[in-house]
Design a protein around this ligand. Structure first.
Ligand SMILES: Cc1ncc(C[n+]2csc(CCOP(=O)(O)OP(=O)(O)O)c2C)c(N)n1
Length: 514
């Protein structure tokens, strides 16, 4: 359980069971962000406990991210005693179930104390069903004193509810025939390939059919769906409407797996698809399927559908393999450093099995272009775009994956939205390597302002923001690196450490694309 307690939650925490652990976050956005990272990396529904209305209020941005990330969270919050809800005594969550809407799949306050176990079971089961996501249960604090039939409570909790739906076999057969018969098909690999356990299946599909593979646009790509070092891999699709169709020009069949169509941003009008191209999407999220502006969709478990598709395809494709990917662009040395150079240094020292959690807006593309992450579960990003995910999720990911090195790449502005997660990283001995790119500005917003011809906007500069010193205040060992060698050395030291360490690097202002 990830939580931040208040008086209304203490009865729930009384006699805390020894087979549960409790991870304290010092602010609720951090609590939910850590739980989001843990839930995604472990694949397990994760319990969150918040402090009545203000706790839920502080957590809303992170719950928004968790929904976009398809992260299964059972979010609970304490409530006034039942006798004092109607008169709205202090700390009453007046409209508890309405508050987290529309960010949760289900929001409930049981009408009788005896129903709390059934409500928690309902929430836990529902959070883990496709589309996975957060649910909310509000629990009046005196409910914990109620007598509950133990057998009845156990029966509700111990049930198994499974929801991996198979696709209609006729649709899969038709898709296999269309794919095999297409002149120049392409695969767009989305985050739910990784979440569904379909990583190897996506590779098998691309290799069997000789498909070039694009990653879905980074804006909505909270995970990777395909190894970036694979010869068929092309890169990440740009997120604008016109840019997506421009990039996919020449393809007659676009197969999108485990992604929405598409997480567009900003608005760059244009054709939705190249002339004459057809699109088919495979997604486990019915809403993702219906809100797409174009193309057909098959709603089913992503991994099961890939498996069924492979079974229908011939052993070899008639088309030749795509040109092998040439690898990352060369970056010339720079003084002062820019983000691209820092990412080349990171790429050199990053262990094979490392996990990267990314929240460095102006260098997202540069990092994706320089690193070649090649294992499942190696990358986490906020599909919701709400800052504060990166720093906190990295702690949760490390708790779920104690044996893999976790590197969290942050802009110094982004770090501020979850700054207290440094404390949790130290308190729970999570050896995350934090790499902070300090450009003294909100670089991405300046870039947006320029592209949208917005001039004179205030609040885009961050002078004198000393993240290393703040992290030290929370007990994190901090290194300050000024050139490429220092960056490499400091990263290696941090990666070898059994405690969280931070490397702060001043970088040039502006966007880094490669
Ligand atoms: C909760 C939240 N508030 C505000 C924003 C808007 N926003 C997007 S990027 C950004 C700047 C982040 O700054 P920094 O981490 O320093 O990255 P840089 O753009 O300099 O790479 C802001 C404020 C957001 N995405 N989420």
């Amino acid at each position: 359980m990830f939580g931040n307690p208040g008086s209304t939650e203490l009865p729930m925490l009384k006699d805390y069971p020894s087979d549960f652990s409790y991870v304290l976050g010092l602010q609720e956005a951090v609590v939910v962000g850590m739980a989001d990272g843990f839930a995604q990396a472990s694949g397990k529904t994760t319990v969150v406990n918040l402090h009545t209305a203000p706790g839920v209020g502080n957590a809303m941005g992170a719950i928004f991210n968790a929904q976009a990330n398809h992260s299964p969270l059972l979010v609970t919050a304490g409530q006034q005693v039942r006798a004092q809800i109607t008169l709205q005594a202090n700390l009453t969550n007046r409209d508890a179930t309405r508050m987290p809407h529309p960010l949760v799949k289900w929001s409930f306050e049981p009408s009788r104390p005896e129903d709390v176990p059934l409500a928690l079971a309902h929430g836990a089961h529902l959070a883990g069903l496709a589309p996975r996501g957060p649910v909310f249960v509000s629990i009046p604090m005196d409910d914990w004193d109620a007598e509950v039939d133990d057998e009845y409570a156990r029966a509700a909790i111990e049930r198994k509810v499974s929801g991996r739906a198979s696709a209609d076999p006729d649709l899969v057969r038709a898709l296999a025939a269309a794919l095999d018969g297409a002149a120049n098909p392409v695969l767009v690999a989305g985050p739910d390939i990784d979440a569904s356990g379909g990583w190897e299946l996506a590779i098998a599909l691309a290799e069997r059919q000789n498909l070039p593979v694009w990653a879905s646009p980074p804006t909505g790509g909270n995970r990777l769906g395909f190894p970036e070092n694979h010869p068929n891999y092309r890169g990440a699709l740009p997120p604008g409407i016109g840019a997506v169709s421009g990039t996919l020009e020449g393809h007659d069949l676009i197969l999108v797996v485990g992604s929405s169509v598409f997480p567009y941003y900003p608005y760059i009008p244009g054709r939705l698809l190249p002339e004459g191209a057809k699109l088919v999407a495979i997604t486990s999220d019915p809403d993702e399927a219906v809100r797409a502006p174009i193309g057909d969709a098959i709603v089913a478990d992503v991994a099961l559908t890939l498996q069924a598709l492979l079974a229908e395809l011939p052993a070899e494709a008639s088309r030749p393999a795509p040109e092998p990917n040439p690898g990352p662009a060369e970056i010339p040395p720079a003084d002062p450093l820019n983000s691209s150079t820092v990412h080349t240094a990171l790429a050199e020292v990053l262990p094979e099995d490392a996990i990267v959690v990314l929240e460095s807006p102006s260098s997202t593309l540069a990092m994706r272009n320089q690193l070649r992450l090649s294992r499942p579960g190696s990358y986490y990003f906020s599909a919701g775009g709400g800052l504060g995910f990166g720093l906190s999720a990295a702690v949760g990911v490390q708790l779920a994956e104690p044996d893999r090195p976790v590197v969290c790449v942050l802009g110094e502005g982004s770090a501020q939205y979850a700054i207290t997660a440094f404390w949790s990283a130290v308190a729970y001995k999570t050896p995350v390597t934090f790499l902070v790119l300090r450009n003294s500005e909100y670089a991405i917003l300046k870039w947006f302002a320029e592209t949208a011809q917005v001039t004179g906007a205030p609040g885009l500069d961050l002078p004198e923001l000393n993240v290393a010193a703040v992290a030290e205040g929370y007990g994190v060992t901090a290194h300050r690196a000024r050139d490429r060698d220092e960056v490499s050395g400091a990263l290696q030291q941090a990666l070898a450490s059994s405690a969280p360490e931070l490397v702060e690097v001043p970088v040039e202002s502006g966007m880094s694309l490669f």
